[in-house]
Design a protein around this ligand. Structure first.
Ligand SMILES: [Fe+2]
Length: 187
């Protein structure tokens, strides 16, 4: 399922990100945000993240970074992401991720197509009710990891603190980057 990445620059990435966007802004950024801070801005303010991508051989223009801030005691719906743009994400925990989990599920229905939009970008995905699914596995996500977006999943922040995760979505159109992340997933 997901694959953990060993990244020795994790604490530098976290420090640089928290210097770039201070925690007092997190409340207004709750949810998944792609538009308030561009990928270029995030990478230029978090050079350690750019350097990790370089070490992995992933071109920066293959990545679109979302900032995912979830409130305390919140569980995302079970879903499959919109897969036209990206099928794999490299996720980097920033704060509040200890003791939070990504869960994978087996599904027993087609689910419902959901029609979210983030600016003009449609983020269509299929959502499933808990009673249409069976839990396959659960993974604590306090380390960077590669997440396959086509497997039904959700995340669970059942703690009383905000959770901040960077989602570095790998564009399907970058064959170089897609090969690299698929190799990691298949290792
Ligand atoms: Fe997802």
């Amino acid at each position: 399922m997901l694959k953990y990445l060993s990244i020795d620059k994790l604490s530098s990435i976290q420090r640089e990100f928290l210097n770039f966007i201070s925690p007092d802004k997190f409340e207004e950024l709750l949810g998944l945000s792609y538009d308030k801070y561009s990928t270029e801005d995030i990478l230029s303010n978090c050079p350690s993240l750019g350097s990790v991508l370089n070490d992995m051989g992933i071109p920066h223009d293959a990545i679109s970074i979302g900032i995912n801030i979830s409130p305390p005691n919140w569980k995302a719906p079970i879903h499959i992401d919109h897969l036209a743009f990206t099928r794999v994400s490299i996720n980097i925990p920033i704060i509040g991720c200890d003791g939070t989990y990504v869960n994978f599920y087996r599904i027993f229905s087609e689910g419902n197509f959901d029609n979210h939009r983030d600016n003009d970008r449609p983020l269509l995905f299929r959502k499933f009710e808990e009673n249409e699914c069976e839990l396959i596995s659960s993974h604590e996500v306090n380390l960077p990891y590669v997440l396959p977006l086509s497997v039904p999943h959700n995340f669970d922040n059942h703690k009383d603190t905000l959770r901040v995760m960077l989602l570095c979505r790998v564009a399907n159109k970058s064959i170089v980057a897609t090969d690299i992340v698929n190799k990691i997933l298949n290792e």
